[in-house]
Ligand binder design. Structure first.
Ligand code: ZN
Length: 184
């Protein structure tokens, strides 16, 4: 019961922290959808046995996107959760291209928990690109994103065949959707 309370409190905090954030896709979906999708994927992958992982997945973009402090997450959810969140937080002082390069380079060095969250993150992002691509993204940019996601994920494989299959399916569908000609 204690873990159930922690998880639902983490979902509630995520909904509050990201309340005004939306996905970049044409549908402008509320960002909480991405956080719940990531948390759902890692929770199913671990059969619900790792509540700290579920909580960290719900908070994984809180520092990077909303500037929530590590202290606040520690106070509410503990040291173990914040350590994983920090691992999946990009250094925003770096240029975007460099951050993307570092994600590929560093993914393999992360903890198991951080790798699972990354894998779920890229799965969720590829599904979003298929279902509701950002209107200003060219076909080329979408293809490049799919390839970059594959490059990151190549370094986090070997932990969950089920979650890898979710990613592979999402990548395949994303490429198929990109290759559908735009109606004239
Ligand atoms: Zn994310």
């Amino acid at each position: 019961m204690e873990n159930l309370i922690r998880v639902i409190k983490a979902a509630d905090a995520a909904a509050r922290w990201h309340v005004h954030q939306r996905r970049k896709g044409a549908d402008r979906e509320p960002y909480i959808k991405h956080l719940l999708e990531d948390a759902s994927l890692v929770t199913v992958a671990t059969e619900g046995r790792e509540p700290d992982l579920t909580v960290a997945a719900l908070q994984h973009d809180a520092i990077e996107d909303q500037g929530i402090s590590a202290e606040e997450i520690t106070k509410e959810f503990g040291q173990k959760v914040v350590a994983v969140v920090m691992e999946v937080t990009d250094d925003k002082s770096l240029p975007k291209a460099e951050r993307k390069r570092l994600q590929v380079e560093n993914a393999g060095k992360k903890s198991r928990e951080a790798k699972l969250i990354k894998l779920a993150d890229k799965t969720s992002n590829l599904r979003a690109i298929t279902n509701s691509p950002p209107p200003d993204w060219s076909v080329e940019r979408r293809k490049q994103y799919v390839q970059w996601a594959k490059d990151v994920v190549a370094n986090v494989r070997g932990l969950s065949p089920w979650l890898e299959q979710q990613f592979d399916d999402a990548a395949e569908r994303a490429m198929q959707s990109v290759n559908v000609p735009i109606p004239m």
